[in-house]
Design a protein around this ligand. Structure first.
Ligand SMILES: Cc1cc2nc3c(=O)[nH]c(=O)nc-3n(C[C@H](O)[C@H](O)[C@H](O)COP(=O)(O)OP(=O)(O)OC[C@H]3O[C@@H](n4cnc5c(N)ncnc54)[C@H](O)[C@@H]3O)c2cc1C
Length: 392
């Protein structure tokens, strides 16, 4: 195999090749505004309130955070983003980001929308994965009850049957379209129920190739062991194990709940432990790549570099069909674009939905970019570097 040039992420020419000067400046000001926790708090509260009062603020949100972090308000609206990413060999993962729904009509409509994303992706190389959150199609309280192993009453049992049917319909649609599908990971107190559903779906739909991917959050101290168990179960059950590895998005919430309810926190004692398990999980997947498929969902430069380096050490081709890298739209373009430039398989979540409905997602992005000093500083630093480079 040809030796690969060393991968690096600080080439801002490649990282921002898709951005016009105006887009670059807008991104710079956006990240600058998100730098201050006070301004993020003020702006997110003002935006939520204005939307609640039906004040015409949609345009302002659309022209700023929405445009940066979302693909559009509908699948069709995402087409320019899909095309733009594809121009740089980056795949799109259409992520219908409507959250907080509570009734079955809304769950059904969410199910249909997710199936539409799968149909849109069918046979379209620009959209390698589809994705959904189980809480988008099943009531949180019901998942919590199932997770606790408490006995369901007859009404709940019937509701659970319908809920499972929605998950099944989505996974079947993915299978029929031969489309890879992520099931996102969520809070630990509903995650056992999600894991069981995901496993059932893998047993049924991953017989011939990896279709359904469960997600493992390596900030949980029990996930490395679970990864190994799940892999063994798949080997025994003769289906493909497929997994998306992430560090995990609900750390504060997890710790707060554990402290409040007085149980041992499922979260690792420190960041180094999450990093260690993440690296070990990646190594495990690479060493068993003959029988599994995986995606590393991370904005951590070191994790991405390590994965690329280990692939080289194991003599795996850069575009191995069962190894993927993924980031979120509007974040860590320097990683995504440099990876794809070097030939690796990369895709980005492209969240979409009506402005009002994606607000919780946008607020999380704004807060995340405020709290992660390293990430934030990096994005701003790279944008500044590219603006200066273009002036020269
Ligand atoms: C494509 C993609 C898909 C994703 N899907 C999911 C999903 O399905 N479910 C989900 O929960 N999240 C998901 N995420 C979010 C992800 O879990 C992380 O929150 C986010 O990516 C930040 O982690 P990192 O590896 O990018 O970067 P880093 O900056 O290296 O890591 C930050 C993360 O490290 C962990 N951490 C930080 N401090 C500590 C500490 N003191 N102790 C222990 N751990 C600590 C936390 O998980 C924190 O989010 C996804 C992210 C991407 C890019």
């Amino acid at each position: 195999m040809e030796p690969q040039p060393a991968l690096q992420f600080n080439d801002t020419f490649i990282a921002f090749a898709s951005k016009s000067n105006l887009q670059l400046r807008k991104a710079y000001w956006l990240f600058k505004a998100m730098h201050s926790p006070t301004s993020v708090k003020f702006l997110t509260t003002a935006a939520q309130l204005s939307l609640k009062l039906h004040l015409p603020v949609d345009w302002a949100i659309k022209a700023t955070v929405f445009e940066h972090f979302c693909g559009g308000e509908s699948i069709t609206g995402c087409e320019p983003t899909i095309e733009q990413l594809a121009k740089y060999q980056i795949g799109t993962i259409l992520d219908y980001s409507v959250e907080g729904k509570e009734n079955e009509a809304e769950f059904d409509s969410c199910k249909f929308e997710i199936i539409h994303t799968i149909q849109k992706a069918k046979g379209d190389k620009r959209i390698p994965f589809s994705v959904f959150k189980v809480t988008g199609v099943i009531r949180f309280g019901l998942l919590e009850k199932v997770n606790s192993k408490a006995k369901l009453n007859p009404t709940e049992l019937a509701e659970w049957g319908r809920a499972k049917e929605r998950v099944h319909a989505i996974c079947k649609a993915a299978h029929d379209a031969s489309q890879m599908l992520f099931i996102d990971a969520e809070e630990s107190w509903i995650q056992d129920a999600i894991d069981e559903l995901a496993t059932e779906m893998m047993v049924e739909f991953n017989k011939n190739k990896p279709i359904v991917f469960n997600t493992l959050q390596m900030y949980r101290h029990d996930r490395l062991a679970y990864l190994k168990r799940s892999y063994e179960a798949a080997r025994t059950g003769k289906y493909w194990y497929a997994v998306k590895l992430v560090r995990g998005a609900y750390m504060e919430k997890e710790r707060a709940r554990a402290a409040e309810k007085g149980y041992a926190s499922p979260i690792q004692p420190d960041k180094a432990s999450s990093d260690r398990d993440y690296d070990e999980a990646v190594s495990f997947c690479l060493e068993h790549i003959e029988h599994l498929a995986f995606c590393s969902g991370s904005h951590n430069e070191q994790s991405n570099l390590e994965l690329a380096k280990k692939m080289g050490e194991l003599g795996l081709e850069v575009n191995h069909p069962r190894i993927w890298f993924a980031q979120l739209l509007g974040m860590s373009d320097h990683i995504s674009y440099n990876l794809s430039h070097a030939g690796y398989n990369v895709a980005k979540y492209v969240p979409y939905g009506p402005v009002k409905s994606v607000m919780p997602y946008l607020i999380r992005r704004a807060e995340e970019n405020t709290s992660i000093a390293g990430q934030m500083g990096r994005e701003l630093g790279l944008l500044t570097k590219e603006i200066a480079r273009r002036k020269l």
